[in-house]
Ligand binder design. Sequence first.
Ligand SMILES: [Zn+2]
Length: 400
Amino acid sequence: MSSSPGAIRPNLLLKGGYVIDPANGIDRRADVRLSEGRVEAVTHDMPSASGESVLDVSGYYVVPGIIDMHAHVFSTHRRSRLSLDPHVNTFSSGVTTVVDAGTAGWQDFADFRAEVIDRTRIRVLAYVNIIGSGMGGEWEHDVREMRPALAAAMADEHRDVVVGIKTAHYWANRPFDAEHPPWAAVDAAVEAGERCGLPVMVDFYPWLPERPYPDLILEKLRPGDIHTHVFAQQFPVIDEQGKVSDHLFRARERGVIFDLGHGAASFWFRNAVPAIRQGFVPDSISTDLHTGNLNGPVIDMATTMSKMLAMGVPLTEVIARSTVAPAREIGRQGLGTLTPGAEADVAILALDEGEFGFVDCGQTRIASNQQLRCVITVRSGEIVYNPHGLGLLSWQQVAG
Ligand SMILES: [Zn+2]
């Protein structure tokens, strides 16, 4: 790339954009210098240095590379067809870090690492599933697959890429019996989290009286543990009076984290809109992107973030909950920020005005007059997405 005419060199000055870097309280016009794969400075009116490419990004938002903390990217998984290649609908949405939410269990994790995590241009981090064989089949209901000591050992061995323990899908909507105690999966995941000192991310089904949702978030989960899919149909988020259930606020006070985790069936405007209007905004925004929702209703992070805007969440909050907040939740505070010295992961976003609509998992629609669209993604100082060719010479300038 560096030798071709008009190519954008690694040292970049992003000029004239509107910077939102919630980790540093920056919410104003500023220039951003990226040098040798790192953020060098964020200041007003920076003169360009020799040998650096200047990119006019006026009219756009410059934000830290987006973190999608719930997706499925174990694309070589032998048994499950759930996963996407980690580059699908990620760079094109400003995402520079994608977190796999437990597609691989403690048995498969080394394969996932060797075949996917260590081979990608995008940064891939992951939760280890408490189920040894990972996601995607009946084995997710077998308590013999739940081995806290082995899951914790695998997490410890791959600590540089593992961010926590995942449990999902266990015994959803079936009567419990002696071989399927109601809390088996949650208890095993929390025990594994205790052993390795990492948080747990929980996908949960509260339908039966033996496993009430308030018990999950008020008793079972620890501060820093994450309930994903918070606006799924099955959760008592809104009470009979139309008010946000008190247990959500009490759990948040305890330090339990609520993640959006959109997914194919887990995001309903009828839960989300009243909750957000009453001040209950998810701590982090994530897609749960997989083969079953790629072409709708999820599409990508930019679409999911646009849905938050449509529901009235301010842009700065949407950016914070897609950058600094997930970085904190996954224990990677060096990510999701433009702090000088941070790896140069940057998203440049357009906020288009017009008539748009977005869809939830209940096949309903919300109208909106704004839509976020990624125009450039920079990963570790390198432009990896630039569909409109910003900063390039026109073809006539180089034609012989
Ligand atoms: Zn998921």
